[in-house]
Design a binder for this molecule. Sequence first.
Ligand SMILES: [Zn+2]
Length: 385
Amino acid sequence: MRKLLVMLFAASVLPAVVPAQEPDPVAQLVTRLDLEKYKATIKGLTQFGDRRQGTDRNRAAVDWIEAQLRSYGCADVSRLKYDYQAPAPRARTDTAARAPARDTTRASGGGRYRGIRARTGVNTDSLRQPDPRVRAIDAQPTTPGAREEVYCTKVGSVHPGEMYIVGGHMDGHGWGEAANDDGSGTALVMELARIFSGPDVHTDRSIRFVLWNNEETGLNGARAYVEQRQALQGSAQEPRWLGMIQHDVMLFDHGMPRAGGTLSPEQRPEADVNIEFQSNSKFAAQSRDLAFAFQAANEKYATDYPATVGAHMTNTDSAPFQDVVAAISLRENERGTQIGAGWDPNWHQPTDLYSTYNDKDFRLGLNAAQTTLAAVAGLVGATIK
Ligand SMILES: [Zn+2]
């Protein structure tokens, strides 16, 4: 009798049916990314041409980005201010003449070139821009002096004093519209700022969205941020950094140049998002772990394109952070061995125009956005209420 009562009691407290699983907030947030919105943000940035640092068009772009961040409801919109003076041109000296020949099989960042390589470089000739409208927008030359870059923050509700930094660079060059380099990364960061700022989105930890300036002159905007704010970490002015995630050139993965230098006109079906960390940095192990967390997020949540991890992150705004905190970059290709070998023929060229790309290209950038959104949402404990 006693045994029967215990059994009846147990049956009464056990739920009759297993309740439905709570919907995954990360999956819900990822569905808030939209290809047309992402494209519209890139298009909005291209109204300021190549957004070269030290020009009125660059300053107008910073103002426009700030207005967008405010319209999204992103908190604490702020500007970092610094001064930029171009270094004096280096004279050819005896030392340069005596320097050992560079190993041309090794790419920037430490990787090794394979296969066919095509020429790369920065276009500085206005006449190579055939469209007079774009040429006119890009006409004003740069002048040295005061610079600004804008950021805003999703403030965490449990640990507001700890944050991930999500960045892209808003300046460009080359007499085009800098649509891919780096309108694509800037728009990605802005779209994430929009979604995380949604009034029903809550995070345990903070996220700072930064649109770096002066990347193309040597990462000067990101360096200024590290110089001015590294020592403030843990104070009321600056949350402690948990990681830095950079987005730089997100759209174009048409593969290796063919013999003769031509490229596939279409996004290759096996295109991927390249997540890189720098194996030769103080935070290599932490950065590697962060990179693989991003790859796992891509595998679970990105709709079309996979992600590949590489160990040779280089030449981007995450570099000034790599000896301070876990730091990674996301790109269309590896920066050293692939972009450096001519895989992106529009890179720093007059053809880096919004009209150069089609939806298969834009979709690679959207998949990178899905990857970072999902990974960061998991890391900061995002929920929807
Ligand atoms: Zn770039």
